[in-house]
Design a binder for this molecule. Structure first.
Ligand SMILES: Cc1ncc(COP(=O)(O)O)c(C=O)c1O
Length: 380
């Protein structure tokens, strides 16, 4: 019997649903959501009296610090913006892989992981190299590593694949990239909050994430770690916050901060960063290791139960390459109908192409898994 790690006081919908959809949108930390509403109300009622110019300078700092803890970095190495996509786009233009070089990724990665790099490659003529998945949508890590050669400029991976939950060994790919003079860039939107990320021990050069999935935060906030070397580049996206003194307003020159903050560029829905900070600090207090253990126990139980029911499991079998996300096909079933049937039984998972993706998190218990398996059995 495994109880919830995150209580229903903090995640109220967990008592109404068997919510296994963190890979789509995680349940929000209730206090984090409240802080965002309070901030918005204060702004509506009192404008700059409530949110001063000094507040606007400092309002992202606490999230910088929380992200630093999450990635085992320092706050200097973190930038905050509205999403993973914008941060990755800014980084891709900062790096701008040139013609003759190649960018290595997986064909199963999320579009927002690699489209920014494809757009730059369209401009410069750099080559894209894809590791292809087998019929179970699994990427062979050896085949992925074999794509890296002396012309590789960037190895760009989602630490956890959005569909199957396949987990990549970041140290392996950062080492392989560095051995060829390339950098290793990571999208952690499907991993931050569910598996530990350590930029020091893995040696990755950049990690970007949005906050509304496994970090139990809101839409509208993303954060990115960048290595000291990447803090010397000119970001691809710049605006008034890009200058070292944002209230200086002298438009005829642009001097970047000597930190990752140079990747912060403009106004955003600042209140979301306050809510994301509450949620991230809550997860950090529990520890990501504990959450990862909890989630793995639940997903292993789910995998075993689904196998017994004859489902076709996708992604790798090796536990070291698995995260909490579990994807399955149900041969002979109309998968859209099947997902709807589960939803009617308050079991919330995602329909993706021809499979269903279950993504249990800290607010789930082993009872949830058993109830979901019973409902799936009945529906089958
Ligand atoms: C790996 C990954 N990256 C990025 C995103 C979405 O990016 P953004 O939050 O910037 O829209 C998703 C959403 O599913 C994702 O799975």
């Amino acid at each position: 019997m495994v109880s919830r790690l995150g209580s229903v006081d903090i995640f109220p919908p967990a008592q109404d649903y068997i919510y296994m959809d963190a890979a789509s949108v995680g349940l929000s930390h209730a206090k984090g959501a409240e802080v965002i509403s309070e901030w918005q109300r204060a702004l509506a009622e009192r404008g700059t009296v409530a949110f001063t110019e000094q507040d606007e300078v400092e309002c992202l700092d606490n999230l910088n610090s929380a992200a630093a803890k999450l990635f085992n970095a320092t706050a200097q190495d973190i930038a905050v913006a509205s999403s993973e996509t914008v941060l990755m786009a800014s980084l891709a233009w900062a790096v701008m892989p040139e013609a003759g070089s190649n960018i290595v990724s997986t064909a199963t990665t999320h579009p927002s992981t690699i489209y920014p790099w494809m757009r730059v490659a369209e401009h410069t003529g750099a080559e894209l190299r894809w590791a292809r998945a087998n019929s179970a949508l699994t990427i062979d890590p050896d085949q992925l590593e074999d794509l890296i050669d002396d012309n590789t400029s960037v190895v760009c991976l989602s630490q956890v694949e959005w569909g199957t939950g396949q987990l990549f060994d970041l140290k392996r790919f950062a080492d392989a990239a560095h051995a060829r003079g390339a950098i290793c860039v990571v999208d952690a939107t499907q991993s931050a909050g569910q598996v530990p990320i350590d930029v020091g021990s893995t040696g990755v050069d950049a990690v970007a994430t949005s906050t509304y999935k496994w970090l139990c935060g809101p839409f509208g906030t993303g954060m990115m770690y960048v290595s000291p070397e990447l803090q010397t580049r000119s970001p691809g996206i710049v605006g008034w916050r890009s200058h070292r003194d944002m209230w200086d307003f002298q438009a005829d020159r642009l001097e970047y901060p000597d930190s990752a903050k140079r990747y912060e560029f403009g106004t955003m829905a600042y209140g979301t960063a306050l809510g994301a900070t509450v949620a991230a600090n809550y997860l950090l207090d529990l520890t990501i290791e504990r959450i990862a253990d909890h989630n793995r126990t639940l997903s292993a139980r789910l995998v075993e139960g689904l196998r017994e029911l004859g489902a076709e499991l996708l992604g790798p079998e090796e536990p070291a390459q698995r995260s909490a996300t579990v994807a399955a096909r149900f041969p002979g079933k109309d998968v859209a109908d099947f997902t709807r049937t589960l939803k009617q039984a308050d079991i919330i998972a995602s329909l993706r192409r021809d499979f269903i993706r279950f993504s249990p998190h800290l607010y789930n218990s082993s009872d949830d898994i058993d109830q979901a398996l019973s409902a799936i059995k009945a529906a089958l």
